[in-house]
Design a protein around this ligand. Structure first.
Ligand code: BV8
Length: 251
């Protein structure tokens, strides 16, 4: 283990972007793989505000099923989630900073112990009233006619997730962190969805070193300085060990 100052000064601040691939080995489906979510349902039918207005029964059923899947006791954080927690703690001890920005709506990062964490596409275990904006914890199915306990509106409760065509969350804090990061790491994301897929370029503009950790090359592979391909539970702990093992060695 290198001395704390060396680790902090040569790698930090670190911004980590995660996608569905980091939760695959925990038993949650990705979106675009052969057995991915978008292979069985169309984005336009379940993940847009227009779909919710047109057919709330189908949209609620889709997210209720995913929520029950997430709450299955067999679904737990994996070695990749845990490695990022170890990185956060080691960097904090060294007076450095690791911010995890996740596109995932599952709670596996939190359950692993991640604290510096932003859900840019929302959270499946929260509900929001489309009328008054009140946000509540949600671990049960949302009924189509459920009342909002804050404003009383009927049928306006929806999962607190960002749908296509909607503005992602925490964009200002994310942009500020990207503008000052020294290392940007993208884990388990295909790079197909904007604005997350554009973060690597913002990190480049900040002079950061950019690293892709994914099962296979993403569509933005060419935008990264380096890439390590394999299952997240292998490549993420290996990357964290490298960071904690010493100064960032420029090849
Ligand atoms: C916005 C929440 C304005 C809901 C999600 C045309 C061109 C460019 C952009 C657009 C366009 N038309 C429209 C757009 C914008 C649109 C967009 O990007 N569309 C795409 C489809 C073209 N984006 C939006 O609408 C966004 N809002 O743009 O607002 C704006 C503009 C500027 C600045 C601010 C705002 C909102 C998008 C958010 C939508 N909500 N999720 C839900 O979950 O149901 S997106 C959803 O898909 C995920 O959250 C994730 O973000 C996204 C991508 O999925 P990934 O996580 O990357 O998963 P994927 O399956 O694709 O890939 C998995 C990867 O893991 C693979 O590479 C695989 O190899 C790897 N893997 C698999 N197993 C493993 C593994 N890796 C390691 N280990 C393993 N074991």
């Amino acid at each position: 283990m290198a001395d704390a100052h060396q680790v902090r000064s040569s790698w930090g601040p670190i911004v980590v972007l995660t996608g569905a691939g980091i939760s695959r080995e925990s038993g949650l489906h990705t979106f675009r793989d052969a057995d991915g979510i978008w292979a069985t349902v169309r984005i336009e039918d379940v993940a847009t505000p227009e779909a919710f207005a047109r057919d709330p029964v189908t949209v609620q059923a889709f997210y209720n099923a995913r929520r029950r899947g997430l709450l299955d006791p067999a679904v737990v954080p994996n070695a990749a989630h845990r490695a990022l927690v170890a990185l956060e703690r080691a960097m904090r001890q060294a007076g450095g900073d690791v911010l995890v920005v996740t596109q995932n709506i599952d709670d596996l990062h939190e359950r692993a112990g991640q604290t510096r964490l932003l859900h840019m596409h929302g959270e499946l275990l929260k509900a929001i009233c489309a009328d008054c904006g009140n946000v509540t914890e949600c671990r049960a199915d949302i009924a189509v006619e459920a009342p909002c306990l804050a404003c009383g509106a009927i049928g306006r409760l929806r999962p607190q997730v960002v749908w296509f065509g909607e503005m992602p969350l925490h964009m200002e804090e994310i942009a500020a962190a990207l503008a000052r990061c020294a290392t940007f790491v993208a884990i388990g994301t295909s790079g197909n969805v904007y604005p997350a897929s554009g973060f690597v370029e913002l990190a480049h503009q900040a002079g950061a070193r950019t690293i892709e950790l994914n099962l296979e090359p993403s569509v933005t592979r060419s935008l990264f300085h380096e890439a390590h391909h394999g299952p997240a539970t292998t490549v993420v702990p290996a990357f964290v060990a490298r960071v904690l093992d010493g100064p960032r060695n420029r090849p």
